[in-house]
Design a protein. Structure first.
Length: 289
């Protein structure tokens, strides 16, 4: 069993991952700004948006899951300092801490958004969007990927690029619950060129299986994390409409569709083959009751 440090442990990914790893018998340490009752981990009270020191972290860690990201990622330029501290500066400090304390594996959650948009599913070896065109949030993810990759000669590093994670208790501002709420409220959903963009969203339970499998893989690698089906925004909203017994209110846009789909051949072969379809878990997304 391993001693595991998780940043972002109170978020969607971190909270589900901590349950799985705790059930498997690992000892967990969760970086958090406040203590939660009945937590399945030892709290490490560190605010990643502050000027924290690596001496505040435990020294017996085998694996780091760096899942934290700034909650001000949409607030540019006002939120840029917070994004820098949490997404870039904390990554640099955690990598330094990992090297100094003998951490064996560093697993970093980036974003599939670094690819931009395209008509075909993106492979891991394809170039990402040039830095000046990424925007501040995705730029921070790309910068951290570079930092993480720089340590590949010192320890195992795994970079994960999720594509539209969703699941129970997710923040309602994220894409999948936001679309559900719009359909439920009869608010217009804007569609570009007929059906809207195509994506392959992935359920949090499938992501957790990928993250857990990463513990047993010794290679330093970058992986796309996407779901098993490619869906347009229209298809997603039609599924929600059928569940809600409501006809979605669509608003057509002249914009060209900007598909963002990740090829999942590599994780399916090496780590875990995602299986959960959106249509199977819609009640989890329903927040009305």
């Amino acid at each position: 069993m391993s001693n595991i440090l998780i940043t972002g442990i109170t978020g969607l990914l971190g909270s589900h991952l901590s349950v799985e790893l705790s059930n498997l018998g690992h000892t967990l340490y969760g970086v958090t700004r406040r203590i939660y009752n009945k937590a399945n981990y030892e709290p490490v009270l560190v605010d990643l948006s502050s000027d924290w020191e690596i001496s505040e972290l435990p020294t017996n860690i085998d694996v780091i899951y760096h899942l934290a990201q700034s909650d001000k990622f949409r607030d540019f330029p006002a939120g840029a300092p917070d994004v820098f501290q949490v997404n870039i500066n904390s990554t640099a400090k955690l990598l330094d801490y990992a090297k100094k304390t003998g951490v064996k594996s560093f697993i970093y959650a980036s974003s599939g958004g670094v690819y931009g948009n395209g008509k075909e599913p993106f492979l891991e070896n394809e170039p990402i969007v040039p830095f000046g065109e990424l925007g501040y949030y995705l730029g921070s993810k790309a910068c951290s990927e570079i930092l993480v990759q720089s340590y590949a000669s010192e320890l195992q590093v795994i970079i994960l690029r999720p594509f539209f994670v969703y699941g129970k208790s997710q923040n309602r501002s994220m894409l999948i619950p936001r679309l559900f709420d719009n359909v439920a409220a009869g608010k217009p959903v804007e569609l570009s060129s007929g059906d809207g963009i195509k994506i392959n969203p992935i359920h949090v339970n499938d992501v957790v299986k990928v993250l857990t499998a990463s513990l047993h893989n010794s290679a330093s690698r970058t992986y796309n994390i996407g779901g098993p089906e490619i869906l347009s925004i229209r298809k997603i909203c039609n599924l929600f409409g059928s569940y809600l017994k409501k006809i979605p209110n669509y608003q057509n846009s002249s914009d060209l569709p900007k598909d963002l789909v990740g090829d999942i051949s590599l994780i399916s072969e090496v780590l875990h083959q995602p299986k959960i379809k959106l249509s199977e878990v819609i009640p989890e997304i329903d927040n009305r009751f």
